[in-house]
Design a protein around this ligand. Sequence first.
Ligand code: PAF
Length: 284
Amino acid sequence: MITRSTDVNSVRKLLQKMSPPFALVPTMGALHEGHLELIRKARQKVGSSGTVIVSIFVNPIQFDKASDLENYPQPLSTDLALCERAGADLAFTPPKESLYHADHSVLIRESLLTKHLCGATRPGHFDGVLTVVLKLFNIFQPNYAIFGQKDFQQLALIQRMARDLNLSTTVIGHPTVRAPDGLALSSRNTHLTASERADAPRIHRALCAARDISHTGEQNPSIYLEVARKHLLMNPLESFTIDYLELVDAETLQPTPSVTKPSFLATACFYGKVRLIDHIVIPS
Ligand code: PAF
């Protein structure tokens, strides 16, 4: 039976009665198969006697648009049932007031890996992500924390934060989970209309088409970007727009001048107001 807590002090007390090692899966709820895989991975890391914690918190300070925050799905009772079924021991579901003082004024900011991709198009977003993740790490002191590789920039930033701030949590990335038609699973997919949902696998297809030219030994980034852009914009729906399409070095997340090292070809696209991200590894 899963235990639920909504308060920082009481969850700390609860934790003292639970057995280490601890694995944390931070989420914003609206759980799908991708999240459930993270929970299963957490269980694998701590074994049957360890403790798997899932936090469900729609973190207001990481939203750059008020409408995005207002529309974020919050099916809490379904989420709790899914957490339990996937093997979580403890669900932390705090209200905003429990995590943030009304006059909170400290933020974590990263200044290099955030220069491109979502960091450039969603100002302040990653300050909010890093701040809440550090708070969760401080509350739970988990041995492991599991994040999806779909959000590879977020994962890289959290790993960098753990390194640069000497955190003792091991940050683990788990591969992107996709629908059978290739669309990366995301809580935002439920906001697509039926025709947008049917069209959305074009994002993964476009990235795959570009990745496939790496077999020719092509090193010019603009060729990869052109191929992906051509596929993204081939007979698009009216509501479809590209937020960014970038080819970045897989380690530094800076635009790559030549594909001589593994790189990420990454995009964020809109269907109306619904923003979807995806990426693919371009081998060197
Ligand atoms: O990836 C998410 O769902 C969120 O950004 C996270 C890591 C739970 C922080 O709010």
